[in-house]
Design a protein around this ligand. Structure first.
Ligand code: PLP
Length: 426
């Protein structure tokens, strides 16, 4: 039976306030943060040190350095892997901008590889053809909480003697073959920003099991003062450094959230299964795929639309935008994660990182061409996807997940009542 969609003036399916915001804040968070305020070291303080130890232990790493963002940790990873001026680093064509700009931060050149449509991760079959004599490292991004097939990546890395950096910013607790991400490559970066599975407001963590890499990462973390805050500072820049340290309040918040992380991840997995169950068999959509040997953390549950199944033959993003707006009007918090594939972003098209063409024009660089039309899979994904984070996060439960599924189905079953052209282009 046809139902009037909320976007056409009907009743919205999910009432205001039904989906709870992320992250839940309880007495544990308040205690940690207030205790931090009550002590006197507010810069890199005791909570930072404890957070490093506790996170390293939670993930199983030997070394951890807490940073003020995931991007800082990524830049430290590029430097710690000895990537220098003009060296090329392989990155997926679809990710957060800083998965690739962290390479530019160290005067290195990103080289993009298309993604695999099913997993949305870098297509490991296409990595080898992107390797040149300039390639120094591969950055794998465990996108949306699904681990990259690390057997494939490590066998290529071994063959060509390349370093492997894991961008785990979205992938806390995700596993490949029963082993957590952040334990596979030479080093890894996690993010703790607002939307991440472990939220401390902003913040990040660099992790590694290699002492030499750990020490190299430390050299740029705090003004190039190669002495750490645990040693006596001499305020001398021994190397080029940045200010990537975390602060005590943020680390206190992160520690509090870490005590609850395993339970939150369990809830996310339960909610994702409930949503999959609700949506299974729905016409015109592709549900996210969890290959065997992978354990998703469901950071972002991403759906792709098949516009042709609804008779839509024009640009797919118009159809997607219209459908997404109608779902949002039903009260389900869904959104497009990225509107641009990375090689299409202006910084790469205009090669305008440091001005005057640098670092691409550096005498140590070899020319690279960024032709966005060659990343057809990443583009198809970008144009047809929408996803969600908050509805599947604690304290939301399977009831919420199912309601979101019902909102999606309500829109798809009543698609004929949508003015796709108008909605999708406005
Ligand atoms: C895949 C990925 N890499 C890197 C980052 C950067 O993390 P941050 O915002 O903490 O710098 C993010 C998130 O913002 C991300 O999603």
């Amino acid at each position: 039976m046809a139902e009037k969609l909320a976007i056409n003036g009907g009743m919205r399916l999910i009432p205001e306030g039904f989906i709870k915001p992320w992250p839940p804040i309880d007495d544990v968070d308040i205690k940690y943060v207030v205790d931090s305020l009550k002590q006197t070291l507010h810069a890199f303080g005791p909570n930072c040190r404890e957070f490093e130890k506790e996170f390293a232990s939670w993930n199983g790493n030997k070394f951890a350095i807490t940073t003020n963002s995931g991007t800082a940790a990524l830049h430290m990873a590029v430097a710690a892997c000895d990537c220098g001026a003009g060296d090329q680093v392989i990155v997926p064509a679809y990710s957060w901008s800083s998965s690739a700009t962290c390479v530019l931060h160290h005067n290195c050149i990103p080289v993009f590889v298309d993604i695999d449509f099913d997993t949305m991760n870098i297509d490991t079959k296409k990595i080898e053809s992107a390797i040149t004599e300039k390639t120094k490292a591969i950055i794998v991004v465990h996108l949306h909480g699904l681990a990259v097939n690390m057997d494939d990546v490590l066998s290529i890395a071994r063959k060509y003697n390349l370093k492997v950096i894991e961008d785990c910013c979205q992938a806390h607790g995700a596993e490949f073959k029963g082993k957590k991400v952040g334990l596979w490559g030479d080093c890894a970066a996690f993010s703790f920003n607002q939307n991440k599975c472990l939220c401390s407001g902003e913040g990040g963590m660099f992790v590694t099991d290699n002492e030499e890499i750990y020490k190299k990462a430390l050299t740029l973390w705090s003004f190039g003062e190669t002495r750490t805050p645990s040693e006596k500072r001499d305020y001398h820049a021994y190397a080029l450094g940045w200010m990537y340290r975390n602060n005590d309040l943020t680390a206190a918040f992160g520690r509090a959230q870490l005590t609850k992380l395993d339970r939150y991840l369990e809830i996310q997995r339960e909610n994702a299964s409930a949503l999959t169950e609700e949506l299974k068999g729905t016409k015109g959509i592709i549900l996210p795929y969890e290959p065997p040997n992978h354990r998703h953390n469901w950071y972002n549950y991403t759906i792709r639309l098949i516009p042709e199944e609804f008779g839509w033959k024009k640009q797919p993003q118009i159809f997607r935008n219209a459908v997404m707006k109608a779902i949002q009007a039903e009260g389900a918090k869904v959104s497009v994660w990225q509107n641009f594939i990375l090689p299409r972003m202006t910084v790469f098209q205009a090669k305008n990182a440091y001005g005057k063409g640098c670092p691409w024009s550096c005498q140590y660089s070899k020319p690279v061409v960024y032709d966005p039309d060659t990343y057809v899979v990443a583009q198809r994904h970008t144009d047809t996807h929408f996803g969600m984070t908050e509805p599947l996060r604690a304290p939301n439960n399977v009831e919420v997940a199912k309601m979101v599924g019902k909102a999606i189905k309500k829109v798809l079953e009543n698609i004929d009542s949508l003015d796709i052209e108008k909605l999708g282009t406005s």
